[in-house]
Design a protein around this ligand. Structure first.
Ligand code: AQP
Length: 331
């Protein structure tokens, strides 16, 4: 069975982009893959974040992954910092990656721009992400479009390591959805919907109720020519709405466009479809909120299973580079 790995930062509230671009694929992959899903709390430290907020959001993120439809009987669900092999392998990979290739990462350039000081962790973030993936011998990594470049780096680092030290890592493939890989901010369709950029009207939270979803979709920015067609470059706001309705109803965005003449009618149906798509997620979240013990159990079992696999991969990599195995007994 093929192995799947993916992760999400607990840096804010999950939004529609996370659900459409990532979690829906994660849920689907559970049916026929060995799936590992991780709340990547170490990644959240690459930018300013309050410690108590991080702790709370990490737990909430795990709970909301279950609400999104992950099944702990099938998937291994865990918190990145609970598995010590992630930072350990990162060091070996930092000694494999080059400054030049990290400098080319567009997310680093975008996030570092205008900051007085940039954390070293923000620069090396893609190497930690490579370690996350490679530790689990993942064949497939379902992600949104924004992570494609990081995935390419993980592949290059894995290949370089394998060439230098012998076959050690599985070289992973990115799985980016054909539609919905880049959900745009409803107010600023020139940028992706994001949890780290404040845009209350432009961002639909995964757990937003019907009224909020309807209001935000109604106010979504489109264009003034009134022409109904799917043209992501020329008409990004409209294309975003068409893509969302396409994802929610299992059709192609251009086919969706052919069924409408007025933007108002389209917006009404987009809102209705999103409310229905997210309804089971909201219902599961409400049930889980009453049972924090269940989430703790999932994370504890998940960390144990993840560590079992990750520790073997780390030992293989450490041995390949020539680190002397420790014989110290640990209690
Ligand atoms: N707008 C989006 N459209 C489609 N997919 C998206 N993803 C994120 N935003 C969109 C995908 O969601 C997964 C988890 O995201 P993450 O939290 O690990 O990545 P991120 O890029 O940090 O997400 P955010 O929410 O946009 O936060 P910021 O703004 O801080 O970067 C990933 O698979 C991602 O592709």
């Amino acid at each position: 069975m093929q192995r799947v790995f993916s992760g999400v930062q607990p840096s804010g509230d999950f939004h529609l982009g996370n659900y459409v671009g990532a979690f829906r694929q994660w849920v689907a992959d559970q049916a026929d893959h060995d799936t590992f899903y991780c709340v990547v709390d170490l990644h959240a430290l690459t930018e300013e974040i309050d410690p108590a907020y991080l702790r709370g959001k990490t737990f909430e993120a795990a709970r909301n992954l279950l609400a999104a439809g992950l099944d702990p009987k099938v998937s291994t669900i865990f918190v990145q910092s609970h598995v010590p092999d992630h930072p350990r392998l990162t060091w070996l990979l930092e000694c494999t990656a080059s400054m030049g290739e990290l400098r080319r990462m567009t997310q680093f350039k975008a996030k570092g721009r205008g900051q007085e000081t940039v954390r070293v962790g923000l620069f090396t973030y893609p190497v930690l992400m490579a370690a996350d993936i490679l530790l689990y011998d993942a064949d497939r990594v379902p992600v949104g479009e924004d992570q494609r470049q990081h995935l390419e780096l993980a592949r290059e680092v894995a290949q370089r390591f394998n060439t230098r030290y012998g076959e050690t890592f599985v070289v992973p493939e990115a799985a980016v959805p054909r539609v919905g890989a880049r959900v745009l901010d409803l107010q600023h369709p020139d940028r992706k919907m994001s949890k780290s950029v404040e845009s209350p009207l432009g961002t639909i939270a995964m757990l937003d109720g019907p009224e909020d979803i309807e209001r935000k979709v109604r106010k979504a920015v489109t264009d003034t020519d009134g022409e109904m067609r799917y043209a992501p470059d020329e008409k990004p706001g409209l294309a975003n709405l068409l893509a969302l309705l396409a994802v929610a109803t299992g059709r192609r965005p251009d086919v969706v466009a052919a069924g409408y003449t007025r933007y108002g009618d389209l917006k009404r149906d987009v809102a209705e479809a999103l409310v229905e798509m997210l309804r089971p997620v909201r219902e599961r979240a409400a049930a889980l909120a009453a049972d924090p013990g269940a989430v703790e159990e999932v994370l504890s079992a998940g960390a144990a299973r993840a560590h079992e696999i990750a520790s073997v991969t780390y030992a293989r990599a450490a041995s390949a580079v020539g680190l002397l195995p420790s014989t110290a007994r640990r209690s």
